[in-house]
Design a protein around this ligand. Structure first.
Ligand SMILES: Cc1cc2nc3c(=O)[nH]c(=O)nc-3n(C[C@H](O)[C@H](O)[C@H](O)COP(=O)(O)OP(=O)(O)OC[C@H]3O[C@@H](n4cnc5c(N)ncnc54)[C@H](O)[C@@H]3O)c2cc1C
Length: 497
């Protein structure tokens, strides 16, 4: 029972903590000897915060960041639009602007608290798998060694060595326009919002860190041939921001900057035998929408309990395959959304001519704006379950953080969950559903509750990643046992007659 995770970014660290929580022997290999520099991802969206909430980490992260409730787009011709991110369905009605290093630090502390060794200065350079396990060649300051694990997860980022060693195609394309990133201070403060300025030459996105500094992410067609690499001259940063915002952005100070290529790519396979891919190793897209970190965290939450189930020997045959089926589709949707936004922002001349009229009109259509909001926040995604497991409109959908009463105590669903076990909520008067689930108590948190379950159900089985596995308004014990075997394997001690 051992898993090696390659890469200590947010995806790998979340996965490592979950596996340790589930009792799996897990270690993380990280090629960097020390922490990286000041900045990378700047935002965590509501769905990722909900997953961190289940792990007891969200409130700490929110306290370290700056919640902004809206995206305010300015088109430079006086027109604009506001996308409201005050999600009524979530405890986190905002975009959290927070440096990625803080998210990583929280996840690393959790993993280490749970006993996970995070081995720094250990670069994976080779991989070979057989029927029983995976051998990794690891380069350290002391030389090369080989390590063996039952399974390996490559969370080693966009230039994933694991993906390359597997020979998995990373299909897609790069964008012509380079991205300029900078942390800047402005002479005139902007509203507490993600602030995109869309000009004829491109777009500048300026979310505030809340301490007077802003993260500028800039696509400037006038500078599209500048070679990637960094840092970028402070005067160039200031000039780009001034021009793209029509003079609104007046830079006082630049403390960090870089220029990089932006790509849209997705791995063809998320799993090859005993090796899996997650996070940026599986998909990359432009920072437009700031969905990179959040998408990786959702991959981790989807994979961890499935991998733990396989390692513990109770996983139904289909379960691990569902990771690729579910997350590949979700990754594709994220890539499409960030691509759509970027294309609208750095559009060719004919689109630019109508953009400032068409986009606000579209955003004024509530159903359209709401779809974009839910997809950006990661709240709108549902999973297609295998045949026979979709029993209602609720199954496969995200379960809200339901207000419940357990015994005499009020509680929220997410504080009752732990990210690695199923949660069975039995709101029936006789508690028969809770009773029937007892043989699965090592994998299912069984709770008799009072409260309204979605769709008028009396019983609800919630997956460890917070999606509905089964619900029933008139639960039958035999049917429930069949469902539990399909999801959580045979009951402890083997199937009962
Ligand atoms: C410069 C930059 C700016 C970005 N800006 C934004 C943004 O504004 N908003 C946003 O949402 N996202 C942004 N992103 C993307 C975001 O940072 C990623 O989506 C997120 O970090 C993905 O997390 P991850 O854990 O999957 O991979 P990563 O964070 O990339 O972590 C991968 C880890 O694997 C390690 N590693 C690599 N190869 C090996 C090996 N062979 N052996 C051992 N370890 C290895 C790396 O050192 C690294 O620590 C940016 C990315 C970059 C590079």
């Amino acid at each position: 029972m051992s898993v090696t995770i390659v890469g200590a970014g947010p995806t790998g660290l979340m996965l490592a903590g979950d596996l340790a929580e589930a009792g799996i022997d897990v270690r993380v290999l990280e090629k960097r000897a020390r922490e990286t520099g000041p900045t990378r991802g700047f935002a965590v969206h509501a769905r990722a915060l909900e997953l961190l909430d289940v792990r007891g980490l969200a409130d700490t992260l929110v306290a370290q960041g700056f919640p902004v409730p809206e995206v305010r787009v300015a088109f430079g011709d006086g027109r604009g639009l506001t996308l409201d991110m005050r999600h009524p369905e979530s405890r986190f009605p905002f975009v959290l602007v927070v440096r990625q290093g803080r998210t990583e630090a929280l996840l690393r502390q959790r993993a280490e608290r749970l006993g996970v060794p995070v081995v720094r200065g250990a670069e994976v350079t080779g991989l070979a798998q057989d029927e029983d396990g995976v051998d990794l060649a690891v380069r350290t300051a002391d030389g090369e060694r080989t390590e063996r694990a039952d399974r390996v997860v490559g969370t080693d980022g966009a230039h994933s060595t694991v993906r390359e060693l597997l020979g998995v195609r990373f299909g897609g394309h790069g964008y012509d326009t380079r991205i300029l990133l900078a942390d800047v201070r402005l002479r005139r403060e902007l509203p507490p919002a993600v602030n995109p300025f869309v000009g004829p030459d491109g777009v500048a996105l300026l979310p505030p860190y809340g301490d007077g500094w802003y993260r500028a992410t800039v696509w400037d067609r006038a500078r599209q041939d500048a070679p990637p690499g960094g840092p970028v001259d402070a005067e160039e940063v200031a000039e780009s921001l001034r021009r793209l915002s029509g003079g609104v952005l007046d830079v006082a100070e630049v403390r960090w900057s870089a220029r990089l290529l932006s790509e849209r790519r997705q791995a063809r396979d998320y799993r090859v035998g005993r090796v899996l891919l997650a996070g940026d190793a599986a998909h990359v897209h432009s920072p437009m929408g700031a969905m990179g970190t959040s998408t990786g965290l959702q991959d981790a939450a989807n994979l961890s309990w499935k991998l733990a189930a396989v390692e513990k020997g109770w996983a139904p045959a289909w379960l691990l395959d569902s990771y690729e089926a579910e997350r590949h589709r979700a990754g594709r949707a994220t890539l499409r959304l960030s691509d759509m936004i970027l294309r609208a922002a750095v559009a060719p001349a004919p689109v630019r001519a109508v953009r400032s009229r068409v986009v606000p009109a579209l955003a004024g259509v509530h159903a359209f704006a709401d779809r974009v909001r839910l997809r950006l926040a990661g709240l709108g995604h549902s999973y297609e379950l295998p045949d026979g497991l979709t029993v209602s409109d609720t199954t496969g959908t995200r379960v809200d953080d339901l207000p419940l009463t357990v015994g005499d105590r009020p509680a929220r669903l997410y504080e009752l969950m732990d990210g690695v076990r199923f949660t069975l909520l039995d709101a029936s008067p006789d508690g028969a559903a809770a009773e029937a689930a007892l043989p699965w108590a090592d994998r299912v948190r069984i709770l008799r509750v009072r409260g309204d379950l979605p769709g008028g159900a009396q019983v609800l089985l919630v997956r460890p990643d917070g999606y509905a596995a089964w619900d029933d308004a008139h639960p039958d014990a035999e049917e429930e046992r069949t469902v539990l075997r399909q999801w959580a394997g045979a009951e402890a001690g083997g199937p009962r007659p």
